[in-house]
Design a protein around this ligand. Structure first.
Ligand SMILES: *[C@@H]1O[C@H](CO)[C@@H](O)[C@H](O)[C@H]1NC(C)=O
Ligand SMILES: *[C@@H]1O[C@H](CO)[C@@H](O)[C@H](O)[C@H]1NC(C)=O
Ligand SMILES: *[C@@H]1O[C@H](CO)[C@@H](O)[C@H](O)[C@H]1NC(C)=O
Length: 366
Protein backbone atom coordinates (compact mmCIF):
# COMPACT_ATOMS: atom_id res chain seq x y z
CA UNK A 1 0.00 0.00 0.00
CA UNK A 2 1.07 3.56 -0.67
CA UNK A 3 0.27 4.98 2.74
CA UNK A 4 3.64 6.40 3.69
CA UNK A 5 4.29 8.16 0.38
CA UNK A 6 1.55 10.63 1.07
CA UNK A 7 2.65 11.64 4.54
CA UNK A 8 3.60 15.23 4.97
CA UNK A 9 1.13 16.80 2.56
CA UNK A 10 -0.78 18.32 5.43
CA UNK A 11 0.42 21.87 4.86
CA UNK A 12 -1.35 21.80 1.51
CA UNK A 13 -4.59 20.80 3.13
CA UNK A 14 -4.24 23.46 5.80
CA UNK A 15 -3.68 26.01 3.06
CA UNK A 16 -6.74 24.75 1.20
CA UNK A 17 -8.89 24.92 4.31
CA UNK A 18 -7.59 28.41 5.02
CA UNK A 19 -8.37 29.48 1.50
CA UNK A 20 -11.90 28.18 1.68
CA UNK A 21 -12.64 29.98 4.92
CA UNK A 22 -11.19 33.14 3.36
CA UNK A 23 -13.56 32.79 0.42
CA UNK A 24 -16.39 32.51 2.93
CA UNK A 25 -15.37 35.77 4.60
CA UNK A 26 -14.98 37.63 1.34
CA UNK A 27 -18.36 36.64 -0.02
CA UNK A 28 -20.03 38.04 3.11
CA UNK A 29 -22.89 35.62 2.81
CA UNK A 30 -21.91 32.03 2.98
CA UNK A 31 -21.75 30.41 -0.37
CA UNK A 32 -23.54 27.15 -1.02
CA UNK A 33 -21.15 24.73 0.67
CA UNK A 34 -21.67 22.32 -2.17
CA UNK A 35 -20.86 24.93 -4.80
CA UNK A 36 -17.77 25.98 -2.86
CA UNK A 37 -15.78 22.95 -3.82
CA UNK A 38 -14.84 22.44 -7.40
CA UNK A 39 -17.01 19.79 -8.98
CA UNK A 40 -15.32 16.46 -8.74
CA UNK A 41 -16.23 14.45 -11.75
CA UNK A 42 -16.02 10.72 -11.40
CA UNK A 43 -14.35 9.07 -14.29
CA UNK A 44 -15.52 5.62 -15.19
CA UNK A 45 -12.36 3.90 -14.05
CA UNK A 46 -12.21 5.73 -10.71
CA UNK A 47 -13.03 3.53 -7.76
CA UNK A 48 -16.16 4.67 -5.91
CA UNK A 49 -15.83 5.86 -2.31
CA UNK A 50 -17.15 3.59 0.41
CA UNK A 51 -18.36 5.55 3.41
CA UNK A 52 -19.18 3.67 6.58
CA UNK A 53 -21.67 5.32 8.95
CA UNK A 54 -20.38 4.03 12.29
CA UNK A 55 -23.45 4.89 14.37
CA UNK A 56 -26.76 6.43 13.45
CA UNK A 57 -26.67 9.82 15.25
CA UNK A 58 -28.51 9.61 18.60
CA UNK A 59 -29.34 6.00 17.80
CA UNK A 60 -32.07 6.96 15.34
CA UNK A 61 -31.97 4.64 12.39
CA UNK A 62 -32.28 6.21 8.98
CA UNK A 63 -32.34 5.03 5.42
CA UNK A 64 -29.07 6.13 3.83
CA UNK A 65 -29.44 8.44 0.84
CA UNK A 66 -28.53 8.03 -2.80
CA UNK A 67 -26.04 10.87 -3.11
CA UNK A 68 -26.13 11.13 -6.88
CA UNK A 69 -29.87 11.75 -6.72
CA UNK A 70 -29.75 13.99 -3.64
CA UNK A 71 -26.76 16.22 -4.39
CA UNK A 72 -25.34 15.03 -7.68
CA UNK A 73 -22.41 13.53 -5.81
CA UNK A 74 -21.56 10.42 -7.77
CA UNK A 75 -19.47 7.39 -6.91
CA UNK A 76 -20.57 7.06 -3.27
CA UNK A 77 -21.36 3.80 -1.57
CA UNK A 78 -22.92 4.52 1.81
CA UNK A 79 -23.34 1.76 4.31
CA UNK A 80 -24.00 1.26 8.02
CA UNK A 81 -22.86 -2.37 7.84
CA UNK A 82 -19.72 -2.67 9.95
CA UNK A 83 -18.51 -5.67 8.01
CA UNK A 84 -17.53 -3.08 5.37
CA UNK A 85 -14.98 -1.59 7.78
CA UNK A 86 -11.84 -3.18 6.25
CA UNK A 87 -12.60 -1.71 2.82
CA UNK A 88 -14.17 1.62 3.86
CA UNK A 89 -12.39 4.70 2.53
CA UNK A 90 -13.83 6.71 5.40
CA UNK A 91 -15.76 6.12 8.59
CA UNK A 92 -18.19 8.77 9.83
CA UNK A 93 -18.21 8.79 13.62
CA UNK A 94 -20.92 10.82 15.36
CA UNK A 95 -19.49 12.33 18.54
CA UNK A 96 -22.32 11.71 20.99
CA UNK A 97 -22.32 7.92 20.87
CA UNK A 98 -18.56 7.45 21.23
CA UNK A 99 -18.33 10.15 23.92
CA UNK A 100 -21.03 8.64 26.12
CA UNK A 101 -19.81 5.09 25.66
CA UNK A 102 -22.94 4.03 23.78
CA UNK A 103 -20.50 2.94 21.06
CA UNK A 104 -16.79 2.20 20.84
CA UNK A 105 -14.50 3.84 18.32
CA UNK A 106 -13.78 1.69 15.26
CA UNK A 107 -10.99 -0.84 15.87
CA UNK A 108 -7.27 -0.15 15.42
CA UNK A 109 -5.13 -0.61 13.44
CA UNK A 110 -7.01 1.22 10.73
CA UNK A 111 -7.05 0.01 7.19
CA UNK A 112 -4.42 1.86 5.22
CA UNK A 113 -5.40 5.37 4.06
CA UNK A 114 -8.80 5.18 5.77
CA UNK A 115 -10.15 8.50 7.05
CA UNK A 116 -12.08 8.88 10.27
CA UNK A 117 -14.51 11.76 10.09
CA UNK A 118 -15.69 13.46 13.31
CA UNK A 119 -19.36 14.46 13.00
CA UNK A 120 -20.93 16.81 15.55
CA UNK A 121 -23.74 19.40 15.44
CA UNK A 122 -24.04 20.13 19.14
CA UNK A 123 -22.51 23.24 20.69
CA UNK A 124 -19.27 22.93 22.70
CA UNK A 125 -21.32 23.27 25.90
CA UNK A 126 -23.13 20.05 24.98
CA UNK A 127 -20.15 18.18 23.53
CA UNK A 128 -18.58 16.23 26.39
CA UNK A 129 -15.32 14.29 26.40
CA UNK A 130 -13.59 16.08 23.53
CA UNK A 131 -10.15 15.56 25.11
CA UNK A 132 -10.37 11.84 24.49
CA UNK A 133 -10.27 12.35 20.76
CA UNK A 134 -7.11 14.38 20.23
CA UNK A 135 -5.18 13.08 17.23
CA UNK A 136 -7.80 10.41 16.59
CA UNK A 137 -9.72 11.86 13.65
CA UNK A 138 -8.64 12.87 10.17
CA UNK A 139 -11.39 15.31 9.20
CA UNK A 140 -13.98 17.37 11.07
CA UNK A 141 -17.56 17.94 10.02
CA UNK A 142 -19.75 20.43 11.86
CA UNK A 143 -21.67 23.72 11.66
CA UNK A 144 -18.40 25.64 12.04
CA UNK A 145 -17.34 27.45 8.89
CA UNK A 146 -13.74 26.36 9.48
CA UNK A 147 -14.54 22.64 9.65
CA UNK A 148 -12.86 20.45 7.05
CA UNK A 149 -16.38 19.65 5.91
CA UNK A 150 -18.68 22.58 6.53
CA UNK A 151 -22.43 22.28 6.36
CA UNK A 152 -24.50 24.70 8.45
CA UNK A 153 -28.01 24.15 9.83
CA UNK A 154 -29.25 26.35 7.02
CA UNK A 155 -27.96 28.82 4.48
CA UNK A 156 -29.25 31.36 2.00
CA UNK A 157 -28.79 31.00 -1.71
CA UNK A 158 -29.05 34.24 -3.72
CA UNK A 159 -31.74 33.87 -6.36
CA UNK A 160 -30.65 34.38 -9.91
CA UNK A 161 -33.04 36.61 -11.84
CA UNK A 162 -35.02 34.74 -14.44
CA UNK A 163 -33.70 31.36 -13.35
CA UNK A 164 -36.23 28.59 -12.90
CA UNK A 165 -36.71 27.51 -9.32
CA UNK A 166 -38.25 24.19 -8.68
CA UNK A 167 -39.02 24.18 -4.97
CA UNK A 168 -38.18 20.93 -3.21
CA UNK A 169 -38.20 19.57 0.30
CA UNK A 170 -35.13 21.42 1.48
CA UNK A 171 -34.84 24.55 -0.70
CA UNK A 172 -37.52 27.21 -0.23
CA UNK A 173 -37.77 30.49 -2.13
CA UNK A 174 -38.38 33.34 0.34
CA UNK A 175 -40.76 36.21 -0.37
CA UNK A 176 -41.01 39.75 0.93
CA UNK A 177 -44.57 40.16 2.19
CA UNK A 178 -47.08 42.23 0.24
CA UNK A 179 -48.30 45.40 1.96
CA UNK A 180 -51.54 43.71 3.02
CA UNK A 181 -49.69 40.95 4.86
CA UNK A 182 -46.97 42.98 6.52
CA UNK A 183 -48.65 43.06 9.93
CA UNK A 184 -49.29 39.71 11.50
CA UNK A 185 -51.98 38.84 14.04
CA UNK A 186 -49.57 38.01 16.87
CA UNK A 187 -46.54 39.76 18.23
CA UNK A 188 -43.71 37.65 19.64
CA UNK A 189 -43.23 33.89 20.11
CA UNK A 190 -40.64 31.66 21.72
CA UNK A 191 -40.48 27.89 21.38
CA UNK A 192 -38.33 26.39 24.11
CA UNK A 193 -37.78 22.69 24.69
CA UNK A 194 -34.97 22.70 27.26
CA UNK A 195 -35.73 25.23 29.97
CA UNK A 196 -32.69 25.76 32.17
CA UNK A 197 -32.23 28.64 34.61
CA UNK A 198 -28.51 28.58 33.81
CA UNK A 199 -29.15 29.59 30.18
CA UNK A 200 -28.72 33.23 29.19
CA UNK A 201 -31.89 32.92 27.12
CA UNK A 202 -34.06 32.30 30.19
CA UNK A 203 -32.66 35.40 31.90
CA UNK A 204 -33.39 37.39 28.76
CA UNK A 205 -36.95 36.11 28.61
CA UNK A 206 -37.60 36.99 32.25
CA UNK A 207 -36.58 40.59 31.60
CA UNK A 208 -38.26 40.88 28.23
CA UNK A 209 -41.72 39.85 29.41
CA UNK A 210 -41.81 42.82 31.75
CA UNK A 211 -42.13 45.07 28.70
CA UNK A 212 -43.70 42.99 25.96
CA UNK A 213 -46.06 40.03 25.55
CA UNK A 214 -44.11 36.82 24.81
CA UNK A 215 -46.09 33.70 23.85
CA UNK A 216 -44.10 30.72 25.12
CA UNK A 217 -44.45 27.30 23.49
CA UNK A 218 -42.80 23.98 24.14
CA UNK A 219 -42.20 21.99 27.32
CA UNK A 220 -42.28 25.14 29.45
CA UNK A 221 -45.30 26.72 27.77
CA UNK A 222 -48.21 25.92 25.52
CA UNK A 223 -47.92 22.86 23.32
CA UNK A 224 -46.92 23.49 19.72
CA UNK A 225 -49.99 22.66 17.62
CA UNK A 226 -49.37 19.35 15.86
CA UNK A 227 -48.91 19.08 12.15
CA UNK A 228 -52.06 17.82 10.51
CA UNK A 229 -50.01 15.24 8.70
CA UNK A 230 -48.30 14.25 11.96
CA UNK A 231 -44.66 13.34 11.76
CA UNK A 232 -43.43 16.13 14.05
CA UNK A 233 -40.31 17.85 12.73
CA UNK A 234 -40.10 21.60 12.31
CA UNK A 235 -43.14 21.89 10.02
CA UNK A 236 -45.50 22.58 12.90
CA UNK A 237 -43.20 25.21 14.40
CA UNK A 238 -42.87 26.98 11.06
CA UNK A 239 -46.64 26.99 10.64
CA UNK A 240 -47.07 28.42 14.13
CA UNK A 241 -44.49 31.16 13.51
CA UNK A 242 -46.30 32.13 10.33
CA UNK A 243 -48.80 33.98 12.57
CA UNK A 244 -46.12 35.92 14.43
CA UNK A 245 -44.30 39.14 13.66
CA UNK A 246 -41.19 38.31 15.66
CA UNK A 247 -39.57 35.19 16.97
CA UNK A 248 -37.03 34.70 19.75
CA UNK A 249 -34.30 32.58 18.14
CA UNK A 250 -32.25 32.11 21.29
CA UNK A 251 -29.47 29.52 21.22
CA UNK A 252 -28.91 27.34 24.28
CA UNK A 253 -25.31 28.57 24.49
CA UNK A 254 -23.23 31.16 22.68
CA UNK A 255 -20.45 29.90 20.43
CA UNK A 256 -18.74 30.67 17.11
CA UNK A 257 -21.02 29.84 14.15
CA UNK A 258 -23.47 28.04 16.44
CA UNK A 259 -26.65 29.16 14.70
CA UNK A 260 -29.28 26.46 14.59
CA UNK A 261 -32.63 25.60 13.08
CA UNK A 262 -34.22 28.08 15.54
CA UNK A 263 -33.09 30.94 13.31
CA UNK A 264 -34.00 29.22 10.07
CA UNK A 265 -37.50 28.27 11.30
CA UNK A 266 -38.20 31.97 11.81
CA UNK A 267 -36.69 32.92 8.46
CA UNK A 268 -38.74 30.30 6.66
CA UNK A 269 -41.92 31.42 8.44
CA UNK A 270 -41.30 35.10 7.66
CA UNK A 271 -41.14 36.11 11.33
CA UNK A 272 -38.31 38.56 12.03
CA UNK A 273 -35.81 36.68 14.23
CA UNK A 274 -34.58 38.26 17.44
CA UNK A 275 -31.32 36.44 18.04
CA UNK A 276 -29.15 35.50 21.00
CA UNK A 277 -26.10 33.50 20.02
CA UNK A 278 -22.70 34.49 18.63
CA UNK A 279 -21.91 38.11 17.79
CA UNK A 280 -23.74 40.19 15.19
CA UNK A 281 -20.69 39.97 12.90
CA UNK A 282 -20.89 36.21 13.09
CA UNK A 283 -24.58 36.22 12.13
CA UNK A 284 -23.82 38.57 9.26
CA UNK A 285 -21.79 35.84 7.62
CA UNK A 286 -25.01 33.87 7.34
CA UNK A 287 -27.62 36.48 6.50
CA UNK A 288 -28.02 40.16 5.61
CA UNK A 289 -27.61 42.61 8.52
CA UNK A 290 -31.23 43.74 8.45
CA UNK A 291 -32.60 40.19 8.34
CA UNK A 292 -32.36 39.81 12.11
CA UNK A 293 -32.46 41.84 15.30
CA UNK A 294 -29.59 41.05 17.67
CA UNK A 295 -30.11 41.41 21.41
CA UNK A 296 -26.69 43.12 21.54
CA UNK A 297 -28.02 45.88 19.29
CA UNK A 298 -29.59 47.42 22.39
CA UNK A 299 -27.97 48.55 25.62
CA UNK A 300 -30.98 47.31 27.58
CA UNK A 301 -33.64 44.65 27.23
CA UNK A 302 -36.19 47.42 27.61
CA UNK A 303 -34.68 49.11 24.56
CA UNK A 304 -35.13 45.91 22.58
CA UNK A 305 -38.77 45.59 23.64
CA UNK A 306 -39.52 49.21 22.77
CA UNK A 307 -37.93 48.74 19.34
CA UNK A 308 -40.14 45.75 18.56
CA UNK A 309 -43.25 47.64 19.67
CA UNK A 310 -42.17 50.65 17.59
CA UNK A 311 -41.77 48.45 14.48
CA UNK A 312 -45.38 47.31 14.77
CA UNK A 313 -46.47 50.95 14.55
CA UNK A 314 -44.11 51.80 11.68
CA UNK A 315 -44.71 49.49 8.73
CA UNK A 316 -42.04 51.18 6.64
CA UNK A 317 -39.43 50.49 9.31
CA UNK A 318 -40.70 46.94 9.71
CA UNK A 319 -40.45 46.42 5.97
CA UNK A 320 -36.71 47.04 6.10
CA UNK A 321 -36.36 43.82 8.07
CA UNK A 322 -38.29 41.83 5.46
CA UNK A 323 -37.57 43.28 2.02
CA UNK A 324 -34.25 41.40 1.67
CA UNK A 325 -36.17 38.13 1.44
CA UNK A 326 -37.13 38.57 -2.18
CA UNK A 327 -33.57 37.89 -3.30
CA UNK A 328 -32.99 34.56 -1.60
CA UNK A 329 -33.90 30.96 -1.21
CA UNK A 330 -33.33 29.13 2.04
CA UNK A 331 -31.69 25.76 2.02
CA UNK A 332 -31.95 23.55 5.08
CA UNK A 333 -29.85 20.41 4.68
CA UNK A 334 -31.66 17.27 5.69
CA UNK A 335 -30.14 15.63 8.75
CA UNK A 336 -28.21 13.48 7.98
CA UNK A 337 -28.52 12.60 4.34
CA UNK A 338 -26.77 15.69 2.97
CA UNK A 339 -24.09 15.43 5.61
CA UNK A 340 -23.17 11.97 4.47
CA UNK A 341 -23.05 13.09 0.84
CA UNK A 342 -20.82 16.04 1.74
CA UNK A 343 -18.57 13.68 3.68
CA UNK A 344 -18.37 11.36 0.70
CA UNK A 345 -17.40 14.22 -1.57
CA UNK A 346 -14.71 15.35 0.85
CA UNK A 347 -13.37 11.83 1.11
CA UNK A 348 -12.83 11.75 -2.62
CA UNK A 349 -11.29 15.22 -2.63
CA UNK A 350 -8.79 14.33 0.08
CA UNK A 351 -7.94 10.89 -1.20
CA UNK A 352 -4.25 10.04 -0.93
CA UNK A 353 -3.67 12.79 1.60
CA UNK A 354 -2.84 12.48 5.27
CA UNK A 355 -4.79 14.69 7.65
CA UNK A 356 -4.78 14.56 11.42
CA UNK A 357 -7.06 16.61 13.68
CA UNK A 358 -4.61 17.45 16.44
CA UNK A 359 -6.32 20.09 18.57
CA UNK A 360 -9.95 19.12 18.47
CA UNK A 361 -10.78 20.55 21.90
CA UNK A 362 -9.01 23.89 21.49
CA UNK A 363 -10.35 24.36 18.01
CA UNK A 364 -13.96 23.39 18.71
CA UNK A 365 -14.16 25.55 21.83
CA UNK A 366 -12.58 28.61 20.20
C1 LIG B 1 -33.39 21.56 -4.49
O1 LIG B 1 -33.28 22.79 -5.17
C2 LIG B 1 -31.99 23.39 -5.06
C3 LIG B 1 -32.04 24.77 -5.72
O2 LIG B 1 -32.87 24.80 -6.83
C4 LIG B 1 -30.95 22.48 -5.69
O3 LIG B 1 -29.66 23.04 -5.55
C5 LIG B 1 -30.99 21.13 -5.00
O4 LIG B 1 -30.10 20.24 -5.63
C6 LIG B 1 -32.41 20.57 -5.06
N1 LIG B 1 -32.45 19.33 -4.29
C7 LIG B 1 -33.12 18.27 -4.73
C8 LIG B 1 -33.13 17.10 -3.80
O5 LIG B 1 -33.71 18.25 -5.79
C1 LIG C 1 -30.56 21.13 28.80
O1 LIG C 1 -29.71 22.11 29.33
C2 LIG C 1 -28.85 21.68 30.37
C3 LIG C 1 -28.09 22.87 30.91
O2 LIG C 1 -27.29 23.46 29.91
C4 LIG C 1 -27.93 20.58 29.84
O3 LIG C 1 -27.12 20.09 30.87
C5 LIG C 1 -28.76 19.47 29.23
O4 LIG C 1 -27.91 18.54 28.61
C6 LIG C 1 -29.74 20.00 28.20
N1 LIG C 1 -30.61 18.96 27.74
C7 LIG C 1 -30.78 18.70 26.45
C8 LIG C 1 -31.71 17.60 26.14
O5 LIG C 1 -30.21 19.33 25.57
C1 LIG D 1 -5.63 9.45 10.24
O1 LIG D 1 -5.31 9.75 11.59
C2 LIG D 1 -4.48 8.78 12.20
C3 LIG D 1 -4.38 9.11 13.68
O2 LIG D 1 -3.79 10.34 13.88
C4 LIG D 1 -3.15 8.74 11.49
O3 LIG D 1 -2.32 7.77 12.07
C5 LIG D 1 -3.38 8.40 10.02
O4 LIG D 1 -2.17 8.48 9.30
C6 LIG D 1 -4.38 9.35 9.38
N1 LIG D 1 -4.73 8.83 8.09
C7 LIG D 1 -5.03 9.60 7.03
C8 LIG D 1 -5.34 8.88 5.79
O5 LIG D 1 -5.03 10.81 7.05
Amino acid sequence: MLCSIHKGTCSACVAAAGFLSLVGVCLLYLPDPFALEPRVSVSAQERPVTLLIWTHPFGRHQTLPDCSALRQVGGCTLTADRSAYPRADAVVVHHREVATGAAELPPEPRPCAQKWIWLNYESPAHTPGLWRFEGVFNLTMSYRTDSDIFLPYGYLIPRVRGAKHVPNRSTHPLHSPPRSHLLRPRLLAWVISNWSESHARVALYRQLRRYIQVDVYGSAGRPVPEDRGGGGGSGSVVRLLGRYQFYLALENSQHTDYITEKLWNAVLAGAVPVVLGPSRENYERFLPPEAFIHVDDFPTVRGLALYLLMLRRNPSRLRRHLDWRGGYSLHRPALWAEHYCAACRATRRTRGRTDVVKDLTTWFRS
